[in-house]
Design a binder for this molecule. Structure first.
Ligand code: NDP
Length: 247
């Protein structure tokens, strides 16, 4: 129970990979704040799963891309729970399209949610961590940020940007005993990938040495390593969880 007594915020914790991360943090003894922006039912379901398993969870609705909302939500968590020790920047969206046809608004939305959102939440959360001289931040990036992908210039740029954010934050905060790492999933079965046709999923599988898509739990396990005692000496790194599709 290496997160016993710790307070954690998982952005986009209501569904998919975020839900598995919330469950995992709870099983490590942490009190989880589940963030979402649009779908309260999924957040409620995640809270119920955690509470039924004997864990502590609360829900906090805010848009990570909105600086005022992110700051006041994190202030609220610190006021209610007494601190904020763990932040997992997991909220993310896609707005795919070939670059020639990509709207500026789709570029902005993806960069603001996936990259600026992580900066805003980490900036607000790190204040409490600096005060406590302890903190763990994990940014969920993507294989696409490393390999690139036609039709995802906005998403790839945001996810690659998260790597630079991770490494620079790791250097800035190491002296305060705050580690900052990334986890880069490959193709994971969630709502984000369920819209892909069976044909495309088969094509993707053919490019994965382990010949299968991953599960949210596969990603949550990597996050748990970085948050737990075993990962205490690891900072500024990105752990790839992709079945070998990018090495
Ligand atoms: P899902 O689409 O299943 O869930 C996205 C989550 O993010 C939801 O909880 C959603 O809340 C929340 N969210 C979206 N926009 C915002 C916002 N502006 N503010 C706060 N919360 C928001 O995504 P996945 O679980 O598939 O992905 C999670 C992360 O993993 C993302 O960062 C994604 O880029 C990354 N990833 C996913 C891969 C995959 O194959 N699935 C591969 C590589 C990386 P709500 O329900 O309220 O909209």
């Amino acid at each position: 129970m290496s997160l016993s007594g710790k307070i954690a915020l998982v952005t986009g914790g209501s569904r998919g990979i975020g839900r598995a991360i919330c469950q995992r943090i709870s099983s490590m003894g942490g009190h989880v704040y589940i963030n979402y922006v649009a779908n309260p039912a999924a957040a409620e379901e995640t809270r119920k799963i955690i509470q039924d398993a004997g864990g502590r969870a609360d829900i906090i609705c805010f848009d990570v891309a909105d600086g005022e909302q992110a700051q006041s939500a994190i202030k609220q968590i610190i006021a209610e729970a007494g601190s904020l020790d763990v932040l997992v920047n997991n909220a993310g969206i896609t707005r795919d399209g070939l670059m020639a046809r990509m709207k500026e608004s789709d570029w902005d939305l993806v960069i603001n949610t996936n990259l600026k959102g992580a900066f805003l939440c980490a900036k607000a959360a790190s204040k409490a961590m600096v005060k406590n001289r302890w903190g763990r931040i994990v940014n969920i990036t993507s294989v696409i940020g490393f390999a690139g992908n036609a039709g995802q210039v906005n998403y790839a740029a945001a996810k690659a940007g998260l790597v630079g954010l991770t490494k620079s934050m790791a250097r800035e905060f190491a002296s305060r005993n705050i580690t900052v790492n990334g986890v880069a999933p490959g193709y994971i079965v969630t709502d984000m990938t369920s819209s892909l046709s069976e044909e495309i999923q088969d094509k993707i599988k053919a490019e994965i040495p382990l010949a299968a898509l991953g599960t949210p739990e596969d990603v949550a396990g990597a996050v748990a390593y970085l948050l737990g005692d075993d990962g205490r000496y690891v900072t500024g790194q990105v752990l790839h969880v992709n079945g070998g599709m990018y090495m």
